[in-house]
Design a protein around this ligand. Structure first.
Ligand code: AHM
Ligand code: MG
Length: 337
């Protein structure tokens, strides 16, 4: 079938048989994420408008109390997944603990857990800059029909069965992988449907963009400092261009399309790094590898790290394979000197 004008719904059905486990449950789960994405997109898009219309009181145009959008996004994703009875557990950046969904019911056969960052980069909302939602999906490791346990969530990234993000940008896109490449779908706002717009996205091997919060430069480890100086040095295709939105989804998305590297290293301010392993770095690492890019903590593959905590932080270096390998070589060199 021609993929032109294919909708996300059609794509999910067509590709269902290529999933490792073909009960249709994963397809229904991705469909639920698609629905929640549309609801959150609607709210994010009118963020400025609600401020204007709601300025006199505390309620929005529907008469509901105004909420912070990251709290709203969290509620919408959780509500959709719970209402559709599609997962047995959810962990979210906005929730201290994981949520168990009817999983102690012996008849409860849902086998997937979802980890989400409902609205990443949310400090950008007030200034009309792109934000995103990140999700990561695993099969539970504990028996069906028993309550989900922390070990269902603390799995290595290599165990992910699907991962993706929604970017609420100049257009809204849903980009995801089930381990068979990365596909991007753009929302037609008039019709309310996602269409396949970016089939089989690949990171260029090389790029000329580096993305890092250079305000933290003096606090970075020496290897990272040396790599940043290398990016700025005049030689060959360098100096590279610096582009940093401060919204992981947006920085990643741009770099995946144009070629580039994103770095959030450790620093004296953030000794473990800032980004969260389970619902920020692992899903992005899965996407990066599926798009022929690379993701590491500066030395080790992100998806090989065995998590010990739900909200664990890690340093993150991700992007075009040659650039990530170059950055790793600077980290190695500074450790051995
Ligand atoms: P958040 O989950 O609190 O929004 O933080 C994650 C965000 C990433 O999207 C972004 O890349 C990074 O934090 C920016 O951090 P900084 O402002 O320190 O550069
Ligand atoms: Mg976040």
């Amino acid at each position: 079938m021609s993929r032109k004008h294919q909708t996300l719904g059609e794509f999910i059905i067509e590709n269902q048989s290529s999933f490792k486990y073909t009960s249709g449950e994963l397809s229904r789960l991705i469909n639920s994420i698609r629905l929640a994405a549309k609801v959150v997109n609607y709210e994010v898009n009118k963020a400025g408008l609600v401020d204007v219309l709601g300025a006199a009181g505390e309620s929005n145009i529907q008469g509901e109390e105004q909420q912070k959008l990251d709290v709203y996004a969290n509620e919408k994703f959780i509500q959709t997944l719970v209402n559709r009875n599609i997962v047995c557990g959810i962990a979210s950046e906005e929730e201290e603990d994981f949520i168990s969904i009817n999983s102690s019911d012996k008849n409860h056969q849902n086998k997937y857990v979802v980890l989400i960052d409902p609205l990443d980069g949310s400090s950008n909302i007030d200034v009309n800059v792109s934000v995103g939602t990140i999700f990561s999906i695993y099969r539970r490791v504990t028996p069906l029909g028993s309550p989900v346990q922390i070990e269902d969530f603390l799995q290595k990234g290599i165990e992910q069965v699907a991962a993706g993000y929604i970017i609420y940008g100049t257009s809204t896109m849903l980009v995801y992988t089930t381990g068979d490449g990365v596909n991007g779908f753009t929302l037609s706002p008039a019709i309310g449907t996602f269409y396949l717009s970016h089939p089989q996205i690949k990171f260029p091997r090389e790029g000329i963009i580096y993305s890092v919060n250079e305000g933290n430069y003096v606090h970075f480890p020496q290897g990272i400092k040396n790599y940043i100086k290398y990016c700025q040095m005049e030689e060959g295709n360098r100096p590279y261009t610096s582009r940093y939105i401060g919204s992981l989804v947006s920085d990643f998305h741009r770099n995946m399309i144009k070629g580039g590297i994103y770095l959030y290293p450790t620093s004296t301010k953030n000794p473990q790094g800032k980004l969260r392993l389970l619902y920020e770095c692992n899903p992005m690492a899965f996407l990066a590898e599926q798009a022929e890019g690379k993701a590491s903590d500066g030395s080790c593959r992100i998806m090989d790290i065995l998590p010990t905590q739900l909200h664990q932080r890690v340093p993150f270096v991700c992007g075009s394979i040659s650039m990530v390998e170059k950055a790793e070589s600077f980290v190695r060199a500074s450790k051995s000197s």
